[in-house]
Design a binder for this molecule. Sequence first.
Ligand code: NAD
Length: 435
Amino acid sequence: MNIAVIGAGYVGATTSVSFALRGHTVFAIDHDKEKIGKLKQASLPFYEEEIDGLVKKLAGNGKLSFTTQLDECIDKCSILFITVGTPSLMGGQADLSFVEEVARNIGNLMNEYRVIVLKSTVPVGTNAKIKKLIINELTKRNLKIPFDLISNPEFLREGKALYDALHPDRIVIGCETQKAQKMMKELYGHAKSKILFTSPIDAEMIKYASNAFLAAKISFINELARFCEKIGANVTEVAKGMGMDSRIGAQFLQAGIGYGGSCFPKDISALLALASENGIPLNILQAVLQVNQTQPEWFLEKVKKTLGTLSGKRIAILGLTFKPRTDDIREAPSLKIIDYLLQNNAYITAYDPKGTEHVKKIYPSITYTSNPLDALKKADAVLLITEWEEIIDMDWKAALNTVSAPFVFDGRNALDASVMKQLGYHYEGIGMPEF
Ligand code: NAD
């Protein structure tokens, strides 16, 4: 099949590569000329290890091309994916302006039946609105071209994006006609994943509900961690015991400094905003948000208590991205940590394998190093913020000779507490008795 993917960001580029790998011919489109310029040079505008290298290969064999011009591709492609961003507005609602712009463009350019697939995460009810918008544009051109608008939410995880795109746990397809269903079966037929055909509105809700549930697991264990710490229990052991129950499952039960990233924070805000507009308060989700917003501060209060003060202290931050194996810093807890430390007059030295350049644009005045050990030079305390393997596996013994004081605060419970203690560190994790 010939496929157009509109919006060549994380999701769009990954979707394009995954369909091209399956033998389809893919046109990845973005209005950002710089991004398309880079992609044409086979340079990804973000870090995703598995994809690097594939773009060049797929472009070389003609399976994948990049353009800013939808008009050049629309007649060639039977399926058009919309993968543009849906960031948060001030009130927490999703900003649909990019999706609407693309829908208008499609309505302006489409000349025959097309399957349009809405992959961007959009509020429940958006499919119906976008459908009307496209019909409106066609009516302006005095045309009555049939089309199907499918809601096919994306569940990939940054850092494992290509694997997830190629082997999704499940594929959710909200569609209303047999014809569109048949095309989607053909498109995804190769995948061994379970496919759920449902209505567009349910597909939209499934995406938000899934992210809300995962965020709830994280906030649940984080709040419990505060209690465990107070009462002398170890949240890691508690989570392990809970996770052994197949009804609960072990994933997303790792206590830490909270979730961030391009999806959970904005999707939870959008769901809360939509529920509130509809007069249904989502109390559990409100609490999920509240716990997440206060978790970095709770962590830093611990640091402050142990050190006595943060003022004038040299703090080493290890890890800046919202999770390992990505360069994404959107809503990363590290940003809140930096803000708090600066407000408390601490001196910061930071290291991250991939996210430094992005953070430097926001905080140009703090010191950045090119390896983790250098960040620890003369540090009064070390904060582990993102659990990159390189950081976990660094030579913590050698680091003892570099730091000014042996305080390690592990915001991800990524290090082995007893090993750290044996090495001579004062180690504090999240939700565990002090070592
Ligand atoms: P992104 O910001 O990385 O990419 C969006 C791209 O859309 C940008 O390159 C932008 O230039 C382009 N764009 C915007 N308007 C356009 C237009 N009119 N025409 C052409 N291109 C346009 O965003 P992303 O992280 O890829 O997310 C895209 C959507 O997928 C969002 O709704 C997000 O919530 C959802 N999603 C993201 C992830 C993730 O891990 N990033 C996972 C699942 C779902």
